[in-house]
Design a protein around this ligand. Structure first.
Ligand SMILES: Nc1nc2c(ncn2[C@@H]2O[C@H](COP(=O)(O)OP(=O)(O)OP(=O)(O)O)[C@@H](O)[C@H]2O)c(=O)[nH]1
Ligand SMILES: [Mg+2]
Length: 414
C-alpha cells in the first residue's frame, strides 16, 4: 500500500475508534457514512482501466503519451506497433493507467510486437473478461470519419455486449476524433482560432457522433484532439497537442470515483484536480460537520484535526504530492492552526471525556464544517494551484471569514 494511504488509514482508523466512542448510537451510522466516503475517495484510489478501440495508426499510443505528457507507449509511424487485446500498464512518475489497446481489427500486416494468432476478438474477449474496463475510448482519425468505419463500429458493439454480459456493466463510450491537426488548413497551429479549421473540426466531430449514436446513445460525446508529440532522449522535442485537457476532463467524469483520482494526478489537468479536491473537501466537511454536531468537549479538536489532515493528504495526492503527517502538520501550522496542541490533546481529551462527559467547550457542527472547508480551499490553492504560502494564508483567512458569515450560529472555540 502506498505511504499516503497508510497515513490516511492510520488517521481515520484512529479517529474512527474515537468517534465511535464519543458519538451516541443513532448518529454513529451517519458519521460513519461520511467517513466512509472520505476513505473511499482516498483509500480506494486505483489506476483507471480504459479500453482504447481504433484502427491501426488511429493514434491510440500517441493519445496515451499525450495524457501522460511523457513517452510511455511506443508510437509507430508506418508499421502496426501494438499487439492485440492485452491489458498494458503504462506508468509515469505520478501513477499508472491500465490500457486495453485493441488495435484495429481486420487489418493487413501483423503488428511488429508479438501477438497471438487466435482471432483478435477472441483475445479482446479474454482481456475484457479478466478485467472490466471503466470506460471505452473510440478513436477515429479526423480524415477518416467519413470512411467506412462500420467494421470498427461492429467491433465496438461486440466489445460493449461482451462487457455487459460478463460484468453486467454498461461501459461508457467516449468518441475521440484524433489528428485534427491534419485537417485543413494544416499550417494553422494550436490553439486553433482559425474559423475554417474550427469549422472542419466541428464537422468531423459531428460525423463521428452520428455514427456512434446508434451504439452508444444519442448523448454520446465526441471530443476532437490532436495528440502529436515528438520525444528526444526522454524530452519533449515537439508538442502539437490540442484539447487533450477537455478529453481528460470528460473522461474523468465518466470513471468510477475510485479511478478518478489517478487520472487527475497523471494528466496534471488542473481543472480536474480542482474538481476532485472539492469532492474530497465536501466529504471531509460533511464528516467534520457531523462530528461537530455532537456536543463533545475539547475532544473535538483532535478528531477534527484527523479528518482535516486526511483531507489535506488527499488533496496533496491529487496534485501529485505524497504528504505525511509531518508535512501536513507543517502546512496546518503555516496557516496558523495549532496542530501540535491538537495532537497532544488527544490523550488528555480521552481522559476528560471519561470524567466530564458534557463539560468543556463545544464546537458546533457548522463551525467545524466551515473551518474544514476553509482549510480545504487553502490546501487546494497551495498544492493544486501552487500559490505562494503568503497568498494561501490570505485565502485561508478570507475563507474562514466567509464560512463564518454564512453560518447560522456562532460558536465558542476552545
Ligand atoms: N499529425 C498527427 N499525427 C499523429 C497524431 N497522433 C498520432 N499521430 C501519428 O500517427 C502515427 C500512428 O500513431 P500511433 O499512436 O502509433 O497509432 P496507434 O493507434 O497506436 O497504432 P497501432 O498501435 O499501430 O494500432 C504515428 O506516426 C504518430 O506520430 C496527431 O494527433 N497528429
Ligand atoms: Mg499503438
Amino acid at each position: 500500500m502506498e505511504d499516503y494511504k497508510i497515513e490516511v488509514r492510520e488517521l481515520i482508523g484512529r479517529y474512527r475508534e474515537k468517534i465511535w466512542f464519543l458519538i451516541p448510537g443513532p448518529d454513529r451510522a451517519r458519521v460513519g457514512k461520511e467517513l466512509k466516503e472520505l476513505e473511499e475517495l482516498i483509500m480506494e484510489a486505483r489506476a483507471p482501466r480504459i479500453a482504447v478501440v481504433g484502427r491501426r495508426g488511429a493514434g491510440k499510443s500517441s493519445l496515451i503519451n499525450a495524457i501522460f505528457n511523457a513517452e510511455v507507449a511506443a508510437v509507430g509511424a508506418v508499421k502496426s506497433t501494438t499487439g492485440r487485446g492485452r491489458w498494458y500498464e503504462y506508468a509515469g512518475e505520478r501513477g499508472k493507467l491500465e490500457i486495453l489497446d485493441t488495435r484495429g481489427l481486420g487489418e493487413g500486416s501483423a503488428p511488429a510486437e508479438e501477438s497471438d494468432t487466435a482471432s483478435a476478438l477472441g483475445e479482446i474477449a479474454a482481456a475484457v473478461s479478466s478485467k472490466c474496463p471503466d470506460a471505452i475510448l473510440f478513436l477515429c482519425k479526423a480524415k477518416e470519419v467519413d470512411a467506412r468505419i462500420d467494421e470498427d463500429l461492429k467491433n465496438l458493439g461486440d466489445i460493449l455486449k461482451l462487457i455487459e454480459k460478463t460484468h453486467g456493466y454498461r461501459a461508457p463510450v467516449v468518441g475521440v476524433v484524433t489528428q485534427v491537426d491534419e485537417l485543413d488548413p494544416v499550417e494553422v497551429l494550436p490553439p486553433y482560432e482559425d474559423e475554417t479549421k474550427l469549422k472542419n473540426i466541428e464537422q468531423a466531430q459531428e460525423q463521428l457522433r452520428e455514427k456512434l449514436a446508434p451504439l452508444a446513445g444519442e448523448g454520446v460525446a465526441v471530443i476532437p484532439t490532436s495528440a502529436y508529440m515528438r520525444f528526444e532522449g526522454g524530452r519533449v522535442a515537439a508538442d502539437r497537442r490540442w484539447n487533450i485537457d477537455a478529453l481528460v476532463e470528460y473522461l474523468t467524469e465518466k470513471l468510477p470515483r475510485s479511478a478518478q483520482l489517478e487520472l487527475a494526478r497523471i494528466s496534471r489537468v488542473k481543472s480536474v484536480q480542482r474538481k476532485l479536491a472539492q469532492a474530497i473537501i465536501a466529504a471531509a466537511v460533511a464528516t467534520a460537520g457531523a462530528v461537530g454536531a455532537q456536543p463533545i468537549p475539547v475532544a473535538d479538536l483532535p478528531v477534527l484535526t484527523g479528518i482535516q489532515a486526511s483531507m489535506i493528504i488527499g488533496i496533496g495526492y491529487v496534485a501529485g504530492r505524497r504528504l505525511d503527517s509531518k508535512s501536513v502538520k507543517e502546512f496546518m501550522g503555516a496557516l496558523g492552526l495549532n496542530v501540535g496542541a491538537a495532537f497532544a490533546l488527544r490523550e488528555m481529551a480521552r481522559a476528560l471525556v471519561k470524567l466530564f462527559p458534557v463539560a468543556g467547550n463545544v464546537i458546533s457542527g457548522t463551525v467545524a464544517a466551515g473551518g474544514t472547508w476553509a482549510i480545504g480551499q487553502a490546501a487546494t490553492a497551495y498544492f493544486v494551484d501552487e500559490r505562494k504560502l503568503k497568498e494561501v494564508k490570505k485565502i485561508y483567512r478570507q475563507n474562514k471569514k466567509k464560512a463564518k458569515r454564512n453560518l447560522p450560529e456562532e460558536a465558542v472555540l476552545p
